[in-house]
Design a protein around this ligand. Structure first.
Ligand SMILES: *Cc1c(COP(=O)(O)O)cnc(C)c1O
Length: 372
């Protein structure tokens, strides 16, 4: 929603999350339109809120889940959704669930494949590859324990010969996040360049290649958007006949629909710097701490008695007794006063669901669903 419209959706009780599900649907419909050449899955870990999932489901081909908990939750909310199950460190219980409920299992290691094969049940798998290479300029390179080196992929290929009930359908790769369209296309080419000859050697017909998520989001420019038009057109052009390309973005789908709305409890000056202390804190909205950014916000003046600051940089903090409880640091404001409402935007992904809600035992925010 446009920041100028937030004021008409401020709930009586604060702090609160406000999800603009109308805006989410419009945004995703646009993404869908621009990515017709690929299958589009939504990565539920970005935001598994039930209303958010219900809004997203009719506009995507499926949902990617990364734990047994996510799988059970998404299945309860969306009984008919196509599911893909990924993530490192799956337990036997999770593998069993995945075999029952997910149409694709993303296998992360030779040992995991061995354990999956031991079920002796029909399974359709993608092997997750972790290609080496420069990931310059990305927000988060998925280096480390995610997926397999090409050598381990070869070991899996050998293992599959002895387990025909496990059907190799293709390759999965999610190598980085925070990509712009050019970087995402470059990475897609890299994955395809590696995967095609490997899949051919494995004799996989009509192969599926999951190119991952990671489409960039710019918290310093809330109005900017990943260039889905350019990315969608160029990736569709990369697809060969008989091949299915799939993407599974999370953040770039749901981030814009969420707002964390709260109000100013105190304004004060300490050691020469201005601080606004807000109701709530990063135990509700941890995103700025994990991403080390200033969470974008809109001030809605309320004209209440109390201290204020004008034409100065202000650090917006929460109620937690830790110097890390910072939403935004030294951001210039024209005026900020006690009682004013502050609406943080871009709080629809990796926000509430990654936050440490119980720290200090403050009340939890309410959740509101609006359509702008
Ligand atoms: C987290 C994750 C995604 C989604 O990443 P975004 O940066 O939110 O788009 C997709 N696939 C896998 C395997 C992931 O772990």
């Amino acid at each position: 929603m446009d920041p100028r419209m937030v004021d008409s959706h401020v709930p009586a009780e604060l702090p609160a999350y406000v999800y603009d599900i109308g805006a989410l649907g419009r945004h995703l419909a646009g993404v869908r339109e621009k990515t017709r050449g690929v299958e589009l899955f939504y990565a539920a870990k970005a935001n598994p809120d039930a209303r958010v999932l219900e809004t997203i489901a009719p506009l995507v081909d499926g949902i990617e889940v990364a734990s047994g908990g996510e799988l059970e939750h998404v299945r309860a909310v969306l009984p008919d959704a196509r599911l893909a199950f990924g993530g490192p460190g799956k337990t036997d219980t999770e593998l069993g669930l995945a075999l029952r409920e997910a149409e694709r299992v993303h296998v992360e290691s030779p040992h995991e494949l061995r354990r999956l094969a031991a079920f002796r049940r029909d399974a359709d798998v993608l092997l997750r590859v972790n290609l080496a290479g420069e990931r310059a300029g990305v927000a988060l390179a998925m280096s480390g324990p995610f997926g397999m080196d090409p050598e381990a992929m070869d070991a899996c290929r050998e293992m599959l010969r002895g387990a025909p009930w496990v059907r190799l359908r293709g390759v999965h790769a999610h190598l980085a996040s925070g990509l712009d369209a050019d970087a995402a296309v470059r990475q897609s080419r890299e994955v395809l360049g590696w995967a095609r000859p490997w899949l051919e050697k494995a004799g996989v017909e009509s192969p599926e290649i999951n190119l991952g998520g990671g489409m960039g989001v710019d918290y310093a420019a809330p109005g900017s958007r990943f260039d889905w038009t350019s990315y969608g057109r160029r990736v569709a052009d990369l697809a060969l006949p008989g091949e299915t390309l799939r993407i599974e973005p999370g953040r770039a789908i749901s981030v814009y629909c969420g707002w964390y709305v709260t109000r100013v409890l105190d304004v004060k000056r300490a050691h020469g710097a201005w601080y606004a202390v807000l109701l709530g804190g990063t135990h509700h909205l941890r995103t700025p701490v994990t991403k080390n950014h200033d969470q974008p916000f809109t001030v809605l003046p309320r004209d209440e008695p109390g201290p204020s600051v004008e034409d100065a940089p202000v650090t917006l903090v929460g109620q937690l007794c830790t110097p890390k409880d910072v939403f935004a640091r030294d951001v210039p404001v024209t005026r900020l006063a006690v009682g004013d409402v502050v609406a943080f935007s871009m709080a629809g992904a990796y926000a509430w669901n990654i936050s440490h809600h119980d720290f200090l035992m403050h009340p939890k925010p309410a959740f509101h669903y609006v359509t702008s």
